[in-house]
Structure formats: structure tokens, C-alpha cells
Design a protein around this ligand. Structure first.
Ligand SMILES: NC(=O)c1ccc[n+]([C@@H]2O[C@H](COP(=O)([O-])OP(=O)(O)OC[C@H]3O[C@@H](n4cnc5c(N)ncnc54)[C@H](OP(=O)(O)O)[C@@H]3O)[C@@H](O)[C@H]2O)c1
Length: 338
């Protein structure tokens, strides 16, 4: 097998940085080009074999040219940016042979943030096999839908040449291995809001549940898909149905609040370990710096429940990492340094 040419984006990010490190470490013969807006100082020394492209997701031709020189694109970073997706597709379609496009999405697409029964359990658990028809025809307001529509339409139109897969990650925890950002999204937000409130928190009964994956288990799925692409497709499913949840466990907001309260009280960062029940309006006003009015409700009061049926069936996915609770102390305390 000839070594594949991979074009990777989002390499300074928590996920993309760990994907890059994983590929370099586990598949040293693969040729990798990574795109940066600003190349991290230590990058060339740590990854001397990785080629560099500088540019922004808005630089259509830069992205398209780099994609045209690769037979596998692994796209991470700002998941909702539609222009960069069009640029990757345009670039891959310039090639003569079939090419692979692996894009990072998120279980935000199934979250009941819009009309949810905030703080309460939603019994729906989504399967990426049984529910794939619904997942690939979600309403336009669903998170990620704009980008996924573009990819799925391209997959249907150019399926012989363009082999697509969406890695739909649940909430991620654990320390990343990239050179710049090594923290995920949820724990820093949770930490900041707890410190401000003086207690861990939930709303309603706190029984709303979210799905989780450890960053290293997520890497298993990346590696399996990249290897399958390098082998011309392998056992993986590509195209409109190439949709992969990455979930390994679920927790309720109340369970998270109980665990976080104990940890932060034990470290003297809050005065009570007892979680506080807050109003929906209080939750709504959290995470306000993100600029998205629903962020607090999405993060702490909605349900995102999913099963990784496809990865288990086609990628032999067997999660091996510690649970979100086992990693929580390290994840929360790392917020003190950021
Ligand atoms: N972490 C999670 O739990 C999770 C779960 C599911 C989905 N997601 C989604 O996955 C995506 C990546 O997450 P993450 O935690 O890895 O985020 P992150 O650490 O903030 O990384 C974002 C990456 O995207 C790059 N980027 C952003 N805008 C760019 C632009 N206009 N041009 C070029 N590069 C750009 C950043 O580069 P710079 O260094 O130049 O800014 C960085 O490399 C996010 O959209 C997130 O919502 C995250």
C-alpha cells in the first residue's frame, strides 16, 4: 500500500491537535500536511516530517489546493464553518481518483436545546444505524445541519469520487495531546460557572443526560477511519450513511454536579459540596460569552443521548479509557491553569 497523503485542519485545537499527534505517532509512514493560521513555536521541532500550509478557513483556494493534493482530508476545528467544507470538496473533486473526507461534527445535532424539557430526561437515545435516515435529514435549525447538508449532498452527487464520513462526537473529556489547546469544552464552562455561583448546579430534576467519550477513545475512531481510507475504504461505511457517533457512556447533569461539588469542595474552591438547583433562567444566562443565546441551556440542561452502533459494527470499536468521573478531578483542576 502506498502511504496516503493526508491534509489535516484544526491542528492547534484540542481534538485536531490530538488527531495529529496520534497519526504521527501511530502511522509514521503516512504523509501529513497540516494547516495553521499561526504555526506554534515548537511545531517544526516536534513534528519535522509534517508539511505546513498557512491559511484561514475563509481562504477558499488555499484550502482547495491543499485538499486537491491529498487523498484523505481530516477536517477539524470550527465545525459549523460552511465555506471551508465547500473548499475541501471542491479540492477533492479536482483529483482523478476517489478521495476521502472525514469531518468532525458533534452530538449537538441531536440535542433538545430548542424546545427541550430543560433539566429533565428525554427517553430518546439515537442510534447512528437505526436513526441514520432521520440524522441525515434533520431540520435546518439543528446544530451542524448546514455543514452536514453540504457534505451529504456532495456524497450523493459524487459518491464514486468523494467518500465522506462524519465523526459525530459526543462531549469529550480527558487531556488532549496537541501543542496548543489540551482542554475540552464542557469542563472549563462548568468549572467557571460553578466558581461564579459558589456551588455545582443543575436545573429541574437534573435528570437530563449527555453522552461522553474520552479523547483517546475518540482517537481509536479517527485512526480506524483514516486507516480504512488509506486502504481504499476498508470495512468502513462512507457516503450519506457514513455517520459515526463516538459515545462510550452517559451521565445526568445531577450526577455531574454531585461529583464536581465533591471535588471542588475538597480542593477548597467552593464552600459546599451540595449541588444547587437553579432556575432555567439562571442556566439560560450561563456561557453568555459564546454569543449563542442557547449555549447555557444546551450545555447544562439538554439531552444528547446516542449510541456508537456503527463504529462498533464496522470499526471494531471497543472503548478502553477511564470514565468521565475518573477523569473529572484532573479535568476540572486543569481549569485553574487556563
Ligand atoms: N470538545 C468537545 O467536547 C467537542 C465535542 C463535539 C464537537 N466539538 C466541536 O469540534 C470543533 C473543534 O473542537 P475543539 O475542542 O478541538 O476546538 P478548539 O480546541 O477550539 O480548536 C479549534 C481549531 O479550529 C481552528 N480554527 C477555528 N477557526 C478557524 C479558521 N477560521 N481558520 C483556520 N482554523 C480555524 C483553530 O485554530 P486557531 O488556533 O488558529 O484558532 C483550532 O485549531 C468545535 O467546533 C466544537 O464545537 C467539540
Amino acid at each position: 500500500m502506498t502511504a496516503p497523503d493526508i491534509f489535516l485542519t484544526g491542528a492547534t485545537g484540542y481534538i485536531g491537535g490530538t488527531v495529529l499527534d496520534t497519526l504521527v505517532r501511530e502511522r509514521p509512514d503516512y504523509n501529513i500536511t497540516a494547516m495553521f493560521r499561526k504555526v506554534p513555536d515548537e511545531f517544526r521541532q516536534k513534528y519535522p516530517k509534517v508539511k505546513i500550509v498557512t491559511g484561514d478557513y475563509d481562504d477558499f483556494e488555499t484550502v482547495a489546493n491543499a485538499a486537491a493534493n491529498a487523498n484523505i482530508v481530516v477536517h477539524g476545528g470550527k465545525s459549523k464553518h460552511e465555506g471551508v467544507i465547500k473548499a475541501h470538496i471542491a479540492g477533492l473533486l479536482r483529483r482523478n481518483k476517489p478521495s476521502f473526507f472525514i469531518r468532525l461534527g458533534g452530538t449537538g445535532i441531536i440535542a433538545d436545546w430548542k424546545d427541550g424539557n430543560y433539566g429533565e430526561l428525554n427517553s430518546k437515545i439515537w442510534s447512528d444505524i437505526d436513526d441514520v435516515a432521520t440524522l441525515t435529514s434533520m431540520p435546518d435549525w439543528a446544530l451542524h445541519r448546514g455543514v452536514e447538508k453540504i457534505i451529504q449532498e456532495a456524497a450523493e452527487t459524487y459518491g464514486n469520487k468523494l467518500k465522506c464520513a462524519i465523526i459525530c462526537s459526543s462531549g469529550i473529556y480527558g487531556k488532549g495531546r496537541g501543542l496548543v489547546r489540551t482542554q475540552s469544552l464542557y469542563m472549563p464552562d462548568f468549572f467557571r460557572e460553578i466558581i461564579e455561583l459558589g456551588a455545582a448546579f443543575y436545573t429541574g430534576s437534573g435528570s437530563n443526560r449527555r453522552s461522553w467519550v474520552h479523547i483517546e477513545d475518540l482517537m481509536q475512531i479517527y485512526l480506524s477511519l483514516v486507516d480504512a481510507a488509506a486502504a481504499g475504504g476498508g470495512k468502513a461505511v462512507w457516503g450519506k450513511e457514513g455517520y459515526y457517533f463516538t459515545v462510550t457512556q452517559e451521565t445526568s447533569q445531577l450526577e455531574l454536579a454531585i461529583a464536581a461539588g465533591k471535588i471542588l469542595k475538597a480542593h477548597g474552591l467552593i464552600e459546599t459540596e451540595k449541588p444547587k438547583r437553579v432556575s432555567i433562567d439562571q442556566i439560560r444566562n450561563m456561557c453568555s460569552s459564546s454569543g449563542w443565546a442557547f449555549d447555557g441551556l444546551y450545555t447544562f440542561a439538554s439531552n444528547t443521548r446516542a449510541k456508537s452502533d456503527r463504529a462498533q459494527k464496522y470499526l471494531d470499536y471497543v472503548p478502553k479509557q477511564p470514565t468521565v468521573f475518573e477523569c473529572m478531578e484532573e479535568d476540572l483542576l486543569s481549569c485553574l491553569q487556563s
